[in-house]
Design a protein around this ligand. Structure first.
Ligand code: SF4
Length: 212
């Protein structure tokens, strides 16, 4: 059994798949408490579902792209089997993870979006940098930036771990904290080889709307 907070069909708001229709499977629980978290409702609420019933529900939407998200999906060990089973069923599977739990046992067919926590999240000490060793070229590393300190920290990490040689890098702002134009100007000034992203769903719907 896996505790599921919600399963819904929406537009992928982030990553290199932004703009594509996608089924989201949001797992309950998170081991982090980021200062800017917008999914606190996923910390405890949810219903137990079998892997079969999750796949059946996802299949109803008739969409091949699926994102496993949270909370932190890797808190529930059964999430590994869920991802493998979904890949076996022919789904294109993405995983959004907060970067604090090991990714080494995740099925290699899964596109991992590894969210490294910057200083203003207050969760920076939880980053598990050993995970970078297991990042594949199809994966993406994401930084959510709220301050200049966050930006400088992200740049240092990219250099230290040669991240641009490993996979795509994503930068976005903490919604309402940092103006997108400020971050974009910093990126252009430094000629960073990264992809800037908006959280598209926050512009299509009300920023606090759930299930989109
Ligand atoms: S990892 Fe995600 S769900 Fe967990 S506290 Fe941080 S932002 Fe919220």
């Amino acid at each position: 059994m896996i505790k599921i907070n919600e399963i819904f069909f929406s537009i992928q708001g982030e990553s290199s798949k932004a703009g594509l229709p996608c089924v989201f499977v949001r797992l309950t629980y998170c081991n982090l408490r980021c200062s800017y978290c917008d999914t606190e409702y996923a910390f405890y609420e949810g219903s137990d579902m079998t892997i079969e019933s999750i796949i059946e529900k996802v299949r109803e939407y008739g969409c091949n792209l699926v994102e496993i998200t949270g909370g932190e999906p890797l808190v529930q060990k059964e999430s590994l089997e869920l991802m493998t089973r979904m890949c076996d069923e022919g789904f294109e599977v993405m995983l959004e993870t907060g970067g604090s739990l090991p990714v080494k046992d995740i099925d290699k067919r899964v596109k991992i979006i590894l969210d490294l926590k910057c200083p203003s999240s207050k969760m920076m000490k939880k980053n598990c940098f050993e995970n970078i060793e297991f990042i594949k070229p199809i994966d993406e590393v994401k930084f959510v930036i709220g301050t200049r300190e966050d930006y400088d920290w992200a740049k240092d990490i990219i250099t230290e771990y040669k991240l641009t040689d490993r996979c795509e890098i994503l930068f976005s702002v903490i919604f309402g904290e940092l103006e997108p134009v400020t971050l974009v100007n910093w990126i252009l000034e430094d000629k960073l080889k990264i992809r800037y992203q908006l959280q598209m769903h926050k512009f299509i719907w009300h920023p606090e709307k759930k299930g989109v």
